[in-house]
Design a protein around this ligand. Structure first.
Ligand code: SF4
Length: 258
């Protein structure tokens, strides 16, 4: 592993230095078209319009997310790398447990995230030496240890989070200042936006990620893309994943087991 350290003046400088260090073909921004990702897309387009940006199309996203991608394509002239799940994997998942399997147990939810997100992500990240993410420390209890640069043992590459110490206010100040296109759901009480069936609006003052997998405990609210802490792999015996509970009735998601 080659050591990589960053001493950046600000987030845009961190993006610039990272691109220079790894080379434009060996680093990519992961975007789900959330506010932070849009800030980073804007920075990336300024620094080097040829920079790689990829997105995971899970097949279950909001129309507003697709609209945001459309506006971003037009604004930045970016050729997004769109990563789809394997059709056979999705078919097997749904045939076995139904289209809304994620409500029945944490195990089911993680299986769905694995097919629709993790497998395509692993394939994409095999093509780079570093990825750029929009994680911020104050987003949730699972992200308090986010660093500017860390070794992502899960994927064997560097992880760079230029906004790691930004506040939510800084994100929105940047968006307004630079007229960055953003997902209109943010104006409807959705601070964090994932797949439609697994995301809902939150009340003012509620945890930023409170609307993601709202039926689960806060410490479990990651889909595997971003483990905590980011610099080491958890041994299976240390895993925070919950166990499978008895199936619930559709539409009545419940708390996962501890
Ligand atoms: S967020 Fe929900 S719908 Fe999307 S991949 Fe995960 S479990 Fe499936």
């Amino acid at each position: 592993m080659v050591e990589f350290h960053l001493s950046a003046r600000d987030a845009e400088d961190a993006v610039r230095q990272s691109l220079e260090h790894f080379g434009v073909q060996r680093i990519a921004l992961a975007s789900s078209f959330g506010a932070e990702d849009q800030v980073l897309t804007d920075m990336l387009a300024r620094v080097n319009p040829a920079a790689r940006v990829f997105t995971l199309d899970t097949g279950r996203q909001f129309q507003e997310t697709h609209d945001t991608m459309q506006r971003s394509v037009e604004r930045y002239q970016i050729r997004y790398e769109v990563c789809f799940p394997e059709p056979a994997d999705v078919a097997e998942l749904i045939s076995k447990d139904g289209p809304n399997l994620f409500y029945y147990s944490v195990e089911n939810r993680k299986a769905c995230c694995d097919v629709r997100k993790m497998k395509p992500l692993r394939k994409e990240l095999a093509t780079v030496d570093a990825w750029i993410c929009g994680l911020r420390r104050d987003q949730s209890v699972t992200r308090t240890e986010v660093e500017l640069v860390s070794w992502d043992a899960e994927f064997g590459i560097y992880k760079i989070c230029p906004l790691f110490d930004w506040s939510e206010q800084q994100v929105w100040d940047y968006i307004k200042q630079h007229n960055v296109p953003y997902n209109p759901l943010h104006d409807q009480g959705f601070p964090s936006i994932g797949c439609a069936p697994c995301t809902r609006a939150v009340a003012p003052g509620e945890d930023i990620r409170g609307g993601r997998w709202w039926w689960e405990s806060p410490e479990h609210k990651e889909c595997g893309l971003h483990r905590s802490p980011t610099h080491r792999n958890l041994h299976p015996s240390e895993s925070t994943a919950g166990s499978t509970g008895a199936p619930l009735q559709p539409g009545t998601p419940a708390k996962e087991k501890a």
